[in-house]
Write a protein that binds this ligand. Sequence first.
Ligand SMILES: [Zn+2]
Length: 414
Amino acid sequence: MTTSGVGSSNARYAGDQSALRQRNLAALLDLLRRYGVLTRTDLAQITGLNRATITRLVRELIGSNLVCEDGVQASPTGRPAIPLRLNAQAGTIIGAEIGFPTVSAIVTDFTPTIHARFEETMLPNASQDAVLEQAMRVFSAAYDVARQQSERVFGLGLGVPGLVDTVTGTLLFAPNLGWSDVPLKQMLEARLNIPVFVDNVASVSALGESYFGAAQNHNNVLYLSTQGGLGGRIVTHGDILRGTSGFAGEVGHMTVTDTGRRCNCGRVGCWETHASQMALLQRVRERLAGGEASLLREMAHDPAQITVAMIVDAADQGDRLAQSALTEIGHWLGVGLANLINMLNPDLVVIGGVLSLGHRWLLPVIEDVVATEALRWVRKDCEITFAAHGADTCLFGSVAAVHRQVLEQPQRWM
Ligand SMILES: [Zn+2]
């Protein structure tokens, strides 16, 4: 019948219009994220959309509280221009991390500024069930605060140290925790009843630094996560290279030597057994056990309680053991990075995670090794830096994972 033909054509037109509106709303929100403050005239100029369309879309965004006006400024034409920005009060976001050895969460507004922080240390040799229960307790406490601050909790992002199926949000394998096949997204959504996004710690951290941190405005970025073991991610033009199965960037298990301790993956010579948080703590504990003098003996009576922050503090106070341990880790970071820089030709390497606390000690050593071992034509265009959010990189990245979903699909919240 002709009516069905007309009907399906209209439905397709309506679908096209809806998709176009969604794309335009998403584009305006992303511009406000990137630039901070823009007027309607700026938005029209950047997007090429006409003024009437911009006015209508902005009215919708303000009506749904995602965007707000920010006073009035004189424009070059003399007409008043009203700056627009993302509305901090639009809603709250929870950024979470099951790290090693801590479970932590932050609650942020929509800009994102941190309003609350939660952290618990895992008990040594705690079972998987015990750690999961601890994580649920920490994340539920964060959720309660997020809910108190806003009717609208956009979601919870979670970074975990292992391989993740990002579609189902299942942690497939976490060698350093000894976990496999944990349906984290399903468990958390059932408990909190908000959208949950689970990904590998390196993926969320890389996203966070590209989105809110040191890698903004860089197009070819290698992100290196030093939280626990070592993980890497390659970010090109804001998108993470996933590879065939979603696991591209597992650089921690790149072989850098044929000697050394056995890795948790079962092999010998993996990069993370020489250059990571775990490697630094192991080196220091072994040398203390061997009887070397160090300020760290006074800082922590039990070597198991030594942290990266203590080692950096001791190094700053002139402690030889702490200084040489950091230098050794910096050397091995440089060896692996030289290989990766040759292979990927990035314009920026961002080192994030807890080792960024030691950046003053690590960076000069890394730069020396890379200057010697990477091809100079590749090296000359590559900057090496530490993450803007330091040890909070994964938490901010988890926030970014949620924030991006809101910006890409604003109609869900309008
Ligand atoms: Zn390994």
